[in-house]
Write a protein that binds this ligand. Structure first.
Ligand SMILES: C[S@@+](CC[C@H](N)C(=O)[O-])C[C@H]1O[C@@H](n2cnc3c(N)ncnc32)[C@H](O)[C@@H]1O
Length: 237
């Protein structure tokens, strides 16, 4: 039997939460059945064509969003940057359906979507192939015994350092104070990344070219203050 990248997912600890929430309404199910196949990215296709080859038009650069949730940010970045190719990763079906709603309304053609654990995408992408990476409001996994499930880990940053081009930007956000400390400790310790903040406004205020996500809106409505981190991939020597 030929082993393909799609057929043989590596066995790993689960990082993400649930894949399904409330039952989809008929219109949502239709969107999933009809619109998702146009955008869905298989690991075989990614391995065969490479990230720049999976878009209808060759993009100027490729950006990756991990855990896009309802896809507001992914869709807005795609609409605002038509010359960029965006790869979005999300496992939660109800979020994927919401994203499809945004993308269909905007008629964007520069988005491809992986509906599996983002680590599979990270395994397949070639070195220095990404110009921007977003991990916005990742699940904080509050209990200490669950901290190993946090997406932002030294291991993830090591892999992103390989995949990001020199000068590429990593954007992280959280509304969870402990996860913010955790992220900052790991990112500022990492030799490949430089935190771009020069003062408090640089991480307390969301930059203009950074559309709001649903989790950010929810955090603010509940009285929490989010943090927005921008890190640069240092040039390789
Ligand atoms: C707290 S939500 C935030 C969603 C969105 N970024 C926002 O700000 O509104 C985190 C999302 O990451 C997704 N996620 C977590 N781990 C993932 C993984 N390993 N691969 C793909 N998606 C993942 C979850 O399914 C969830 O929808």
């Amino acid at each position: 039997m030929t082993e393909t990248t799609d057929a043989a997912p590596p066995r790993r600890d689960r990082l993400h939460g649930r894949r399904r929430g409330h039952k989809l309404r008929a219109a949502q199910q239709r969107l999933l059945d009809e619109a998702l196949p146009q955008l869905k990215l298989s690991m075989d296709e990614l391995a065969a064509k490479g990230p720049a080859g999976i878009f209808p038009k060759p993009p100027r650069a490729v950006w990756l969003e991990i855990g896009f949730g309802g896809g507001e940010h992914l869709a807005a970045q795609a609409a605002n940057n038509p010359d960029i190719g965006l790869i979005g990763c999300e496992v939660f079906e109800n979020g994927i359906v919401q994203m499809l709603g945004h993308v269909t309304r905007d008629s964007s053609t520069n988005i491809r979507v992986a509906t599996e654990d983002a680590r599979r995408v990270l395994d397949i992408l070639p070195p220095a192939s990404l110009d921007r990476v977003f991990i916005l409001f990742p699940d904080p996994w509050r209990k200490t015994r669950h901290h190993k499930r946090r997406l932002v880990q030294a291991e993830t940053l090591d892999r992103l350092a390989e995949l990001m081009a020199d000068g590429a930007e990593l954007r992280l956000a959280t509304d969870h104070v402990d996860y913010l400390r955790w992220m900052l400790a790991r990112a500022t310790d990492h030799p490949a990344f430089e935190w771009l903040a020069r003062g408090p406004a640089d991480w307390r205020e969301r930059p203009e070219d950074w559309p709001q996500t649903r989790y950010e809106a929810k955090a603010i409505a509940q009285g929490r203050r989010p943090a927005f981190l921008r890190l640069k991939r240092r040039p390789r020597i």
